[in-house]
Design a protein around this ligand. Structure first.
Ligand code: PEP
Ligand code: MN
Length: 337
C-alpha cells in the first residue's frame, strides 16, 4: 500500500510513519515528489491493516496499489523518475542517446567509435565486454580488458559507459568500471542477478526478455527497486513473435504502455529489434514519437568485419546523419537531445 503524506508533513512525522511500517514487519520505501512525499509499505500488509495509519499525524491518505508491481508503478510515483548517470540525466526532458559497438573488440576500434559518437552528440557510450552469444563458438567478449578500454574511452570523451553483466560473480568488477550496468534480455528473469544489482547504488538498464510481457519486465524491475536500488532504466528491444523477417518484433506500443504503468525511464534499442542497420532510422523516429526517453544504437567503424552484430550496426557517418533527424524530431516533441 502507499501512504500519501500531507504537503506540510515534517521529517519527524515521516520517520514516525516509517517506524510504524517497520514495526509491522514491512519495508518502507520513501519517494519524495515535488509536492509531497509518498511512502510505499512493501510486505505482508495484513499486519499493517490493524494499525489505523490514516489518523497518524502527517498522513493524508492510505491507498492500495492495484498493480502486481508496486514501487515501479505510476500509482506509487506520479512524476517521471530521472536517473542520474554521472551527471547525465536519463528520463527527463532531454533524450538520451546511447551509442557504441555491440562488443568491445579492441582498443583502437572502441576509441575511434567513442570519439565519433561523441562528436555526433551521443550522451552515453555502450560496449559489451561480456557477451551473451547464442553459439559458444562466437566471440565472447574481452572481459576485464574490454572494461579497461571502456574506462579509457570515458576518460578521453567524458561519455559515461553502459556495459552488460551476465553473472552475479562479476558484480564487483562491473560496479568498479560501469556507469550503467546492463542486464540483457537473456537475464531479465535471472532473479538472483536482479537481487544482486538491486543491492548496488548504480543505474541499471534492464532489457525486455525475448518472450517477456510488459508485466514480466516491470516485475523484474520491481526486484531491483525493492532490493534498494531505485535507479532502473527500462529498455524495449523487440520480442520474439511468429514474424521472422526482422530479427525481433519491435513493440512500439510497449513504450506508451510502460510510460503509463511506470515512472521509470524507457529507452528503445532499434538495433536488436530490427537486426538490420537500414531499419534503425525509422524505428528510432517511431520510438521517440511514441514517447521513448532515449535510444540505444549499435555503431561500428567497420560493420562488415564486426565480431558481433555487424548487420545491425550503423557506420559513424550514418549515425551522425541520424542524430540530425533525431534532433528535429526532439524539437517537434518539445524535448531536446
Ligand atoms: C546488447 O545490448 O548487447 C544485447 C546483447 O542485447 P539484448 O540483451 O537485448 O539481446
Ligand atoms: Mn548486439
Amino acid at each position: 500500500m502507499i501512504i500519501v503524506l500531507k504537503p506540510e508533513a515534517t521529517q519527524a512525522e515521516i520517520d514516525h510513519v516509517v517506524s510504524k511500517i517497520e514495526s509491522a514487519g514491512l519495508k518502507a520505501h520513501i519517494s519524495r515528489g515535488v509536492e509531497r512525499t509518498v511512502i510505499g509499505a512493501i510486505g505482508d500488509e495484513t499486519a499493517l491493516r490493524e494499525i489505523p495509519l490514516e489518523i497518524v499525524p502527517g498522513v493524508d491518505r492510505v491507498l492500495p496499489i492495484m498493480t502486481p508491481f508496486k514501487l515501479v508503478s505510476r500509482e506509487f510515483r506520479k512524476e517521471n523518475s530521472v536517473i542520474d548517470v554521472r551527471g547525465v540525466p536519463v528520463g527527463g526532458r532531454k533524450i538520451t542517446i546511447i551509442a557504441g559497438p555491440c562488443a568491445v573488440e579492441n582498443r583502437g576500434m572502441l576509441l575511434e567509435t567513442a570519439r565519433k559518437v561523441k562528436a555526433a552528440g551521443a550522451t552515453l557510450l555502450r560496449g559489451g565486454a561480456f557477451k551473451p552469444r547464442t553459439s559458444p563458438y562466437s566471440f565472447q567478449g574481452l572481459e576485464e580488458e574490454g572494461l579497461r578500454y571502456l574506462a579509457e574511452a570515458r576518460e578521453e570523451t567524458g561519455l559515461p559507459i553502459v556495459t552488460e553483466i551476465m553473472d552475479p560473480r562479476d558484480i564487483e568488477l562491473l560496479d568498479r568500471y560501469a556507469d550503467v550496468i546492463q542486464v540483457g534480455a537473456r537475464n531479465m528473469q535471472n532473479f538472483r542477478l536482479l537481487k544482486e544489482v538491486g543491492a548496488l547504488n548504480k543505474p541499471i538498464m534492464l532489457k525486455r526478455g525475448l518472450s517477456a510481457t510488459i508485466k514480466d519486465l516491470l516485475l523484474s524491475a520491481e526486484y531491483i527497486v525493492s532490493n534498494g536500488n531505485p535507479n532502473v532504466i527500462l529498455c524495449e528491444r523487440g520480442i520474439r513473435t511468429f514474424e521472422t523477417f526482422t530479427r525481433n518484433t519491435i513493440d512500439i506500443a510497449a513504450v506508451p504502455s510502460m510510460k503509463d504503468l511506470s515512472h521509470l525511464p524507457v529507452i528503445v534499442d532499434p538495433s536488436h529489434a530490427a537486426g538490420r542497420w537500414d531499419f534503425i532510422h525509422s524505428i528510432s523516429m517511431a520510438s521517440l514519437a511514441a514517447g521513448a526517453d532515449g535510444l540505444m544504437i549499435e555503431v561500428h567503424p567497420d560493420p562488415e568485419n564486426a565480431l558481433c552484430d555487424g548487420p545491425q550496426s550503423l557506420m559513424p557517418e550514418r549515425f551522425s546523419r541520424l542524430m540530425d533527424d533525431l534532433k528535429k524530431m526532439a524539437l517537434f516533441l518539445d524535448r531536446e537531445i
